[in-house]
Design a protein. Structure first.
Length: 168
């Protein structure tokens, strides 16, 4: 059943490190095609052309003879029945534009507050309690004190080159 599905199964004990045995791959049996999908016989005059080949990467896919024998079919296209408007004109006529009725806006008078005045009345202002902060017993270090920073060691002295000379 597994071999028919194309699976090659080998059962070995767990933990063995033996190299897998090379087996020849089974050749699948060709399935017969349904009657309507049977390949049609190729006429004798085109059997020489039945082989497939790849065209070079540059150039045309069809040869000059094939291109000359291929004739494009005429396609019937209905004429465009549309009016074109000049550039900058509206696309719709005035009769095609739908106008909606304007909304009635109540007549309300507003007052402007003075600069810096509270806009929200005290009755509407939210009363928030200050957040609870833990009382910490900490001290601050005086300005310029060492906070435990890791200091870099001083750079090593330059090598003494006084004993070196250049020979001609």
């Amino acid at each position: 059943m597994l071999l028919q599905a194309g699976a090659l199964v080998e059962v070995r004990p767990a933990g063995t490190l033996n190299a897998p045995v090379a087996r020849p791959k089974p050749t699948p049996k060709p399935r017969p095609a349904p009657a309507e999908q049977q390949p049609q016989p190729v006429p004798a005059q085109t059997q020489a052309q039945a082989g497939l080949s790849l065209a070079p990467m540059e150039g045309n896919l069809l040869s000059d003879a094939e291109r000359a024998s291929a004739r494009p079919e005429a396609i019937a296209v209905a004429p465009l029945n549309a009016d074109l408007r000049p550039v900058g004109e509206r696309l719709l006529d005035e009769s095609e534009i739908e106008r909606s009725q304007p909304l009635a806006v109540p007549d309300v008078e507003f007052d402007l507050a003075e600069v810096g005045a509270d806009i929200i009345e005290a009755a509407y202002r939210a009363q928030e309690a200050p957040p609870a902060v833990a009382d910490l017993e900490v001290d601050l270090a005086p300005a310029g004190s060492d906070l435990g920073e890791i200091k870099r060691p001083p750079a090593p002295p330059a090598p003494d080159t006084s004993g070196l000379s250049l020979a001609d």
